[in-house]
Design a protein around this ligand. Sequence first.
Ligand code: 5GP
Length: 346
Amino acid sequence: MHIEEAVKLDFKDVLIRPKRSTLNSRSEVDIRREFVFRHTQKKYHGIPIIAANMDAVGTMEMAQALLLHGLSTALHKHYSIDQLAQFFTGLRAAGSPMSSAFYSMGIGETDFDKFIAVNANTPIDHVCIDVANGYTERFINYVKKVRAAKPDLVIMAGNVVTGDITEELILAGADIVKVGIGPGSVCTTRKLTGIGYPQLSAVIECADAAHGLGGQICADGGCAVPGDLAKAFGGGADFIMLGGMLAGHDECAGELVERDGAMFQRFYGMSSRTAMEKYSGGVATYRASEGKEVLVPYRGPVADTLLDILGGVRSACTYVGAHKLKELTKRTTFIRVTQQLNEVFG
Ligand code: 5GP
């Protein structure tokens, strides 16, 4: 039995040390990034934050709202072929960046057939192939199959949390590896299985592995406040995926509920009992639900929340003297802490 003694860190375990800066205002910070993807040589230019492909958050309405700000959305898997074909055709016709929406797929035969059908009329540029456990041979072979069938497709694949498998996925055909097992706001994987990896260390280690091969990573899950995005970018994340932080808005598909005069929206994990009952006719006897359902306070249009999130990231760049988001990693020194917030007023 092997015990790894090195300390692994989560967002809550660190702060970023401020550094001398020549920036006068956070308005001078450019938080767009440019990448050339490894397999496709396609160029990306935008704010590298992606709404998660959860059915409350990864909606077409969210994609329309986020694209106005240069962000992206991974559409959830439960739209019909017609809805998706129409959406992607509209995106292309409007001249919007095709990176503003990722088509999401699992690794079943029907997933691939559906993708081919949607793709028939409108070429899709970006896909997110994701499974809860990206460590299986079947998953890696699936990524190889999609890469072989579609050499021009930007492929984001995951989820994993270690450098070895990040490299393997990139060599199998992924341009972006999605990183995170267990950190999500409505995830119960760690509780149920004991499996996981502290998210900041996962990001640092997977980014290092990916960058060595000219690939990118997307930090997926566990960001609860804008400062967590600054830490993920500071740790080397190229992209960040957000679920809970974007839940509760007008653009979400969550059902609105009233409790004692206040409005809330339903939000649940995609492996929760709620999701499985909705899409798979219940929780199969051989598996357990690895997600939960929560009520999040209703927060109006997502644009206001975006200003907070992007303002936080810009401000972090100002504190360490990063004129561009790209420089944030180089200028980040993490300080390990035992406490970060003053909770005296709750
Ligand atoms: P959040 O930003 O809410 O902390 O994390 C979002 C991420 O949680 C999603 O992108 C996805 O990777 C993960 N996730 C969503 N639903 C579930 C679930 O039911 N179980 C688990 N284990 N992870 C989930």
